[in-house]
Design a protein around this ligand. Structure first.
Ligand code: NAP
Length: 247
């Protein structure tokens, strides 16, 4: 174990994919973990058992991050473990489609989860962090929010919004010793990218110099770096991890 023993990390959207890998990595690094998920109870139960097996305290909660009161209550209940040291927002969805046919509900759903969800978590954790004069918030954005991706106007806008949120929050709370950063992954092997057609996958792969999609564990490594003392002077940053897709 590490110096993180007894420290509390909150992770949104951890039943699957990147959030799950982040929860696994932070627990392995010694953090107590409070994680939420939207609906996949089976996956959440499995993760809870796995993390408990690592010897850390675990709170698993079904919370829709678009519901501000539910997030507030989850954050409050997490504080039974002690002050939240680190909050990682990974809950996210896609509803891709051409702008010309984008239904209102697909725009709204993506904003509600991807952008409002980050606002709800950030607002709920920040005041206790300000009082303690320490804390770290890491939001999972996307290369789609940095560079834009066709058929993802809703998703790109939400993820660009997350970057704006992170930079503004970093400026606002830096003097309280709180760090706020974004991680912007490219194509990562999870259920989200599993939904791609073979044709879309081949086209994306052709634009990745490293010639493969990344793994959730590789994104979790970057989160673990941002959570480590080695990143003490890193705030307001957007760390990209994409195998060179943007070059
Ligand atoms: P994923 O495999 O589809 O997993 C999404 C996770 O978020 C699940 O745990 C899901 O819970 C949870 N979730 C979704 N909506 C939620 C809500 N409203 N409230 C609470 N939890 C919610 O997705 P992923 O690929 O790991 O993506 C994780 C994050 O990385 C997202 O923000 C995504 O935009 C971002 N990202 C992913 C990629 C990629 O290539 N995969 C690239 C760039 C950025 P349930 O299991 O209960 O549904």
């Amino acid at each position: 174990m590490t110096d993180n023993n007894g420290r509390v990390a909150l992770v949104s959207g951890a039943s699957r994919g990147i959030g799950r890998a982040v929860a696994q990595r932070l627990a392995a690094d010694g953090f107590d973990i409070s994680f939420c998920y939207r609906s996949d109870e089976k996956a959440a139960d499995e993760l809870e058992k796995e993390l408990v097996g690592l010897g850390v305290r675990v709170l698993a909660r079904r919370v829709d991050v678009s519901d501000s009161e539910a997030v507030r209550s989850w954050v409050g209940d997490t504080e039974q473990f002690g002050p939240i040291e680190l909050a990682v927002t990974s809950a996210g969805i896609t509803r891709d489609g051409p702008l010309v046919k984008m239904p209102d509900q697909d725009w709204r759903a993506v904003m509600d989860t991807n952008l409002d969800g980050v606002f709800h978590v950030g607002r709920s954790v920040v005041f206790p962090m300000m009082k303690r004069r320490r804390g770290s918030v890491i939001a999972i954005s996307s290369v789609s929010g940095v560079y834009g991706l066709a058929t993802q106007t809703n998703y790109s806008a939400s993820k660009a919004g997350v970057i704006g949120f992170v930079k503004a929050m970093a400026k606002e709370v830096g003097r309280y010793g709180i760090k706020v950063n974004a991680v912007a992954p490219g194509m990562i092997e999870t259920d989200m990218t599993e939904a791609l057609t073979a044709q879309a996958r081949a086209k994306l792969l052709a634009g990745i110099p490293l010639g493969r999609f990344g793994t959730a564990a590789e994104v979790a490594d970057m989160v673990a770096y941002l959570a480590s003392p080695g990143a003490a002077y890193v705030t307001g940053s957007v760390l990209e991890i994409h195998g060179g897709i943007s070059i």
